[in-house]
Design a protein around this ligand. Structure first.
Ligand SMILES: C[S@@+](CC[C@H](N)C(=O)[O-])C[C@H]1O[C@@H](n2cnc3c(N)ncnc32)[C@H](O)[C@@H]1O
Length: 235
């Protein structure tokens, strides 16, 4: 089937590719210098108010989260934590659905931008590093959301990141993880590095039980292979 050339769409795609390349360049500069976490603040600070250069800044909640919430519907009460909250849209959605929500990001600029985007927000926005998070967050949250942070951490940091994320889930609590997915035989590729199913299974080594695991092509254009997994902590 022949497809029609759409100049506006083409220009948007080209622009997006340019921003992705800039992001990778900033990331690799830090990664090569042995600083795998420094590039997030560098990118947000460079962006300032022009969030269009941040590849993941859709300025709306993640559709794969919305779909999951609509189907599984936890909401109405309880403490929720959003890991790597970026510009705050997912955290705002959790708060809108009734969760008492804390959202954290390693980037001060991202947190400042979230607060300024949502001046009347009830979300508690916190600058924190996943790897040295406040001790009082341990086993505190009935709902923990991790979407798209693991995939921007180098694979060498994943096992530790998984342990830290799992530690936030309260007894009987739920963890939802959404990430790019790949087969172990596929190349690791460029950042964002897709996860393997085995990497996802590390959550089960930290007292969590897998309740569902979905492997699907999402609705982006071009569509992306995603894993969406739900875990439960026993009482
Ligand atoms: C790919 S972005 C995704 C942001 C958001 N979840 C979204 O989907 O729009 C990953 C986010 O994780 C944050 N991040 C990366 N490493 C982190 C760490 N160690 N602790 C807390 N946040 C981190 C980054 O600053 C960035 O905002």
């Amino acid at each position: 089937m022949s497809s029609t050339f759409e100049p506006e769409r083409w220009a948007e795609d080209m622009m997006r590719e340019t921003y992705r390349a800039t992001t990778r360049e900033i990331a690799h500069r830090h990664l090569d210098a042995g600083d795998p976490l420094g590039w997030f603040e560098a990118l947000y600070a460079q962006a300032g108010d022009d969030t269009s250069i941040i590849p993941w800044a859709d300025l709306k909640p993640n559709p794969n989260l919305l779909d999951w919430l609509n189907q599984n519907g936890p909401g109405g009460s309880g403490l929720a934590l959003k890991v790597g909250s970026g510009l705050g849209d997912d955290a705002e959605e959790l708060a809108r659905r009734g969760f008492e929500t804390t959202a954290f990001d390693i980037s001060e600029s991202a947190i400042a931008l979230s607060r300024s985007r949502f001046p009347d927000s009830v979300v508690s926005y916190v600058v924190a590093d996943l790897f040295v998070a406040p001790i009082e967050w341990k086993a505190r949250f009935g709902f923990v959301l991790e979407s798209y942070t693991l995939q921007v951490l180098p694979p060498s940091l994943r096992a530790k990141a998984v342990r830290c994320i799992a530690s936030f889930v309260a007894p009987t609590g739920t963890l939802l993880v959404i990430a790019r997915g790949r087969e172990p035989s596929d190349p690791e590729g460029n950042m964002p590095w897709p996860l393997t199913r085995e990497e996802m299974s590390f959550f089960e080594a930290h007292g969590l039980k897998e309740v569902s695991f979905e492997d699907f092509m999402d609705s982006e254009n071009p569509s992306v292979r995603r894993f969406r997994a739900t875990y439960y902590r026993k009482p």
